[in-house]
Design a protein around this ligand. Structure first.
Ligand code: NAG
Ligand code: NAG
Length: 517
């Protein structure tokens, strides 16, 4: 018995020594961002870690293992809904990124401060708790880097989208504007001259916007809420690891420095069973089903009546069934073959073999889920990275894109006919799905491994490239280029002077001769 207990004690201590205390900071009040933050932290808790998460949405479906403590940003959801009702997101479709980015930056600066000033967050900061690592969503909330310095723990960033300028800057990741289009531009990686020009201009614009306006704003917040921590700019660039919600099956391949790791698809877990009525509807629809959802942030009910009717008229003519995420009780003029639901379990629906097509806004989560299940797509992108995703969907040949302003009965019918009758789209969707699944280990296992790696190696500073320490003019070799330029100018001048001298010496007598004759 005694031996048994000492054995048990050893097992328990061994387990405890492996169990880490992890803080997650996921401040963005948007469902899709929280789904990603929660999936990562739940994945870590499931491996026995002791997780604390700062979140605007309460997670009700708690992990079965580990511990999962939520620091709720109470009232954030309501605050966001109030902000949200002031704008119809469909109307932002034509906003240029040159205006959209400063708009989001300003919004995120406000949210960053609200998080820091929140009573529950203040309580945590004063609690004297210890953490082995801090994971922060990287989304224009630079002052939150203070959570890592405050708790004196290595910092991991979770990028909810693919690599982009505001992450690349912090880890010195190269992203040549010649073939890496900005996230907010709907360009492919093979850009025309004009596209490269716009892409480069946007890069320079963002670089200045961040350095001249955004970073100083956040430095002020950082100094106010973390007065006794490391200097702001030391904290900003002290990134141990970046986890990216991307993968070559989802985005075009781009270069990564060694501390950037792809975990795209880590949130997909289609394990739940469908509600009975949906299961029956999908099973019985042997003619096939089109699933239509504009995601969690865009609401179909906000579509103008003209656009809505274009969909309804097109659907009414079809033999297939349609499953439409519609956020109100009544869908006016609902045809017989259309079923609507306020909330639909998307992953489980896409997994059903009778679902033949997904009409989506092309958000990254929806795109990831459709690739996971190999379902072809009609994308109707509105904003953010959706246009870029739509562009890559079309390039990879597993779907078509339709501009929001171009929606009419005629264009819809034409696109749907092509998508449903040409087998190439379904074939390419299956191919993408195979690329998605072909990995050494699953994406959530990859994420857990790397978080534990950073803890084991106390911040893993050996992964950082030296570019992080260089000021921008050294990083871009402007000093070297400058010296080469001056040397060239100087030697050209010298050659010119010497040539002139020689010429004048040789040609003088000749000129005199000519003059004399
Ligand atoms: C911070 O929160 C307190 C109440 O908790 C409030 O009185 C104060 O105005 C807030 N400050 C800012 C800058 O929002
Ligand atoms: C960077 O973070 C590590 C922990 O990961 C810490 O030990 C170190 O002091 C920090 N360095 C600077 C310059 O902030």
């Amino acid at each position: 018995m005694k031996i048994f207990f000492s054995f048990l004690l050893i097992v328990v201590t061994l387990r405890n020594s492996k169990c880490a205390k992890i803080l997650g900071v996921f401040p963005v009040p948007a469902r899709s961002h929280c789904i990603l933050g929660n999936s990562l932290m739940k994945g870590l808790a499931e491996r026995g870690h002791d997780v604390t998460i700062i979140t605007p949405y309460t997670e009700k479906n708690l992990p079965k293992k580990g511990s999962y403590k939520q620091i709720e940003l109470t009232e954030f959801e309501g605050l966001h809904d109030r902000r949200r009702t002031k704008m119809n997101i469909f109307e932002m479709e034509e906003t240029t990124p040159f205006l959209f980015i400063p708009f989001v930056l300003q919004l995120m600066t406000e949210i960053t401060e609200e998080v820091l000033n929140h009573t529950n967050v203040q309580k945590l900061l004063k609690s004297g708790e210890k953490f082995d690592v801090v994971i922060i969503e990287q989304f224009m909330n630079e002052a939150h880097k203070g959570f890592a310095t405050h708790f004196n723990a290595p910092m991991i960033l979770l990028n909810t989208i693919g690599a982009n300028i505001w992450t690349n800057m912090l880890v010195a990741n190269p992203a040549p504007t010649s073939y890496v289009p900005d996230l907010f531009l709907s360009y492919s990686s093979h850009m025309t001259f004009r596209e490269r020009l716009t892409n480069t201009a946007l890069y320079v614009y963002c670089y200045i916007l961040f350095h001249a306006f955004n970073f100083p704003q956040h430095a002020r917040l950082y100094n106010e809420y973390f007065p006794n921590s490391l200097p702001y700019y030391d904290a900003l660039y002290n990134v141990s690891l970046v986890l990216l919600n991307s993968h070559p099956s989802l985005n075009q391949p781009v270069p990564y420095v060694p501390n950037m790791i792809d975990i795209g698809g880590f949130h997909v877990q289609p394990t739940k069973t469908l509600p009975h009525d949906l299961q029956k509807f999908l099973d019985e629809s042997k003619e096939g089903v089109i699933y239509f959802s504009m995601g969690s942030n865009l609401k179909s009910t906000e579509l103008p009546p003209k656009t809505r009717n274009a969909f309804l008229n097109t659907f009414a003519k079809m033999k297939m069934k349609i499953l439409w995420k519609w956020e109100e009780d009544v869908l006016p003029g609902q045809p017989k073959n259309v079923k609507s639901g306020k909330w639909l379990p998307q992953q489980e629906i896409l997994a059903h073999p009778n679902v033949k097509l997904f009409i989506t806004h092309g958000g990254l989560l929806s795109t990831t889920e459709t690739i996971y299940h190999g379902v072809p797509v009609l994308a109707i992108p509105i904003m953010g990275d959706q246009k870029l995703n739509a562009e890559s969907i079309v390039n990879e040949g597993f779907g078509l894109s339709l501009g929001y302003k171009e929606i009419s009965e005629q264009t819809l019918t034409q696109k749907l006919d092509e998508l449903l009758n040409n087998p190439k789209y379904a074939k390419n969707a299956k191919k993408r799905s195979e690329i998605f699944h072909d990995r050494l280990v699953g994406p959530i296992e990859t994420a857990v491994y790397w978080v534990e790696y950073v803890i084991r190696h106390r911040g893993a500073p050996h992964l950082k490239v030296a570019g992080v320490d260089l000021p921008w003019y050294k990083y871009m070799l402007l000093d070297v280029i400058g010296v080469i330029f001056i040397a060239l100018v100087f030697s050209s001048y010298l050659v010119y002077k010497v040539t002139k001298k020689i010429c004048s010496l040789c040609s003088k007598p000749k000129v005199q001769k000519v003059k004399r004759s």
